[in-house]
Design a protein around this ligand. Structure first.
Ligand SMILES: NC(=O)c1ccc[n+]([C@@H]2O[C@H](COP(=O)([O-])OP(=O)(O)OC[C@H]3O[C@@H](n4cnc5c(N)ncnc54)[C@H](O)[C@@H]3O)[C@@H](O)[C@H]2O)c1
Length: 466
């Protein structure tokens, strides 16, 4: 059988990642080669269980393991304490001991959840990862990060607990939907960008075949990504330095999800979202309000001076008197995050019970002092901070003979971020069973009626620009 093996070198906690085809049907043999047969609990979700649980269970039983199973609902919501407690109970019912085995059969949710159960039940059991999504095969099943979410945020409770074996069967990727496939490919592109230019070139060349889930190509690309992740984990197991590179893009991704969650809930409650773009950041506000593909209830807090007096303390109070921000959601966009206007809008909004979401450059902000009497910068006030990752000073290109840099980046970055929040908020609204008020381009025939109907719902509550 064709397969590749990658070693994760962590002294006594070293383990192998086996990547190949038809591995799940042979799971018992592979696991028994590492851990002698013993009582085992398979944790999976109901979607994966339907397709792959019988083969894995039969194979483990045939190899001599005494197998129990527990199935949780599919999706991120299962990465929670309620499901964790169910797994503990299943461990107890199956009379697992410290030498027994937990098997995580599923995507990253199952890997993190079952991994944390394995890290904590009886202070730690051996566990085996059998990742079934592309994301979990190239990323989450490797490196021992396990955990669950709290209502306030993702992965807030967890532990490092390395598996004894990872079995990545690329055949199961055939049943992934396109969205799930894209999620995994995004991680692969990330690995290529941070560690392997050759892989990046290969992805450009073979993108179509990968998308068609060509098994031979998948096997080699998954193995290549496992090597990248294994190398980083072996160099920095507990994320003291190098391993943080793997979080590339995640911090802003989580912030986008948090912002979208706040925005969707507020819109579902018939609220209005206000957005201030200080100075040039007005471009981002314009992108968010009254835009094709955007949400209707987004109103611009419009600074008619176009930033000319953004340093002036007290101006925000005058500006805000026309906006009903009490208990609302206020997005404040400011690249430097240091001027009085955005800071005061954020402080005043919070005073009036609004949630404040900032889009700002942390690199810039952290390198300068506040220009507001409070001494605070925008990122120190907001409830959610979305870092646009722009360089201090915004521009990035050196041109010979020119003092300073040329070519500002923040408008592009902030426009991308605000649209990402919008898309995620719309998805959330759909999941909540709320029809999202999304505008259709006025330049498409037949859109006027749709848009007018939506706007009439918010009549008199949106000031628009004028
Ligand atoms: N521990 C880490 O280092 C690490 C790294 C990255 C991400 N993560 C975590 O991973 C999670 C996301 O993982 P995910 O994207 O795999 O999501 P997931 O586990 O929720 O799986 C996505 C969906 O695909 C279904 N599915 C799984 N395998 C399938 C298959 N072969 N065919 C058809 N459907 C299948 C699942 O039932 C689920 O509905 C997040 O919670 C994230 O925080 C952890």
């Amino acid at each position: 059988m064709c397969m590749e093996t990658v070693e994760v070198a962590l002294d006594k906690r070293s383990y192998r990642i086996v990547v190949g085809r038809r591995l799940l049907a042979e799971a018992g043999r592979h696991v028994a080669a590492v851990l002698a047969p013993r009582p085992a609990l398979i944790v999976t979700d109901s979607v994966v269980a339907q397709r792959y649980l019988p083969a894995v269970r039969d194979s483990l039983v045939a190899a001599g393991f005494a197998v129990s199973t527990i199935t949780v609902p599919p999706g991120e919501a299962s990465k929670c304490h309620e499901q964790l407690l169910r797994i503990y109970q299943a461990c107890y019912d199956a009379r697992l001991e410290r030498s027994s085995l937990l098997v995580a059969l599923g995507g990253g949710v199952i890997g993190d959840l079952a991994g944390f159960a394995a890290a904590s039940y009886l202070r730690g059991l051996p566990f085996v990862q059998m990742p079934t999504t592309l994301l979990s095969q190239v990323d989450s099943s490797i490196g021992g990060k396990t955990g669950v979410n709290l209502p306030g945020g993702k992965n807030l409770v967890g532990a490092f607990h390395q598996p004894s074996l990872v079995l990545a069967d690329v055949d199961v990727l055939a049943s992934l939907d396109d969205r799930q496939m894209a999620t995994g490919l995004a991680e692969i592109v990330k690995h290529a960008v941070i560690r392997d230019a050759g892989l990046f070139a290969r992805l450009e060349r073979d993108a179509d075949a990968l998308w068609r889930r060509d098994p031979a190509l998948l096997e080699s690309v998954v193995a290549c990504n496992c090597r990248i992740k294994a190398e980083v984990v072996a160099a920095d197991e507990h994320e003291g330095g190098l391993r943080a590179i793997l979080n590339y893009g995640h911090t802003v991704g989580h912030a986008i999800e948090q912002a979208a969650d706040i925005a969707a809930k507020h819109i579902a409650e018939d609220g209005i979202i206000y957005i201030l773009g200080s100075g040039h950041s007005l471009i981002t506000a314009l992108e968010a309000s009254g835009r094709a593909g955007g949400l209707v209830p987004i109103d611009i807090i419009f600074d008619k001076t176009f930033g000319k007096i953004e340093r002036l303390p007290g101006y925000a109070e005058y500006l805000l008197k026309d906006y009903a921000i009490d208990g609302a959601v206020v997005i404040v966009v400011s690249n430097s995050g240091r001027n009085a206007l955005p800071i005061e809008v954020a402080i005043e909004s919070k005073k009036r019970g609004a949630k404040v979401i900032a889009i700002t450059s942390l690199a810039h902000s952290q390198s300068v002092a506040s220009r507001h009497p409070s001494g605070k910068r925008l990122f120190e006030i907001a409830d959610v901070v979305m870092d646009n990752c722009c360089d201090p000073g915004d521009a990035v290109v050196d041109v010979d003979g020119v003092r300073g840099k040329v070519g500002a980046t923040s408008s592009v970055a902030c426009t991308f971020i605000i649209n990402s929040v919008m898309v995620q908020a719309v998805e959330n609204l759909v999941k909540m069973g709320v029809e999202p008020p999304v505008l259709i381009s006025a330049n498409l025939d037949g859109s006027d009626e749709h848009n007018e109907k939506l706007r009439s719902r918010y009549k008199g509550r949106l000031r628009g620009l004028m």
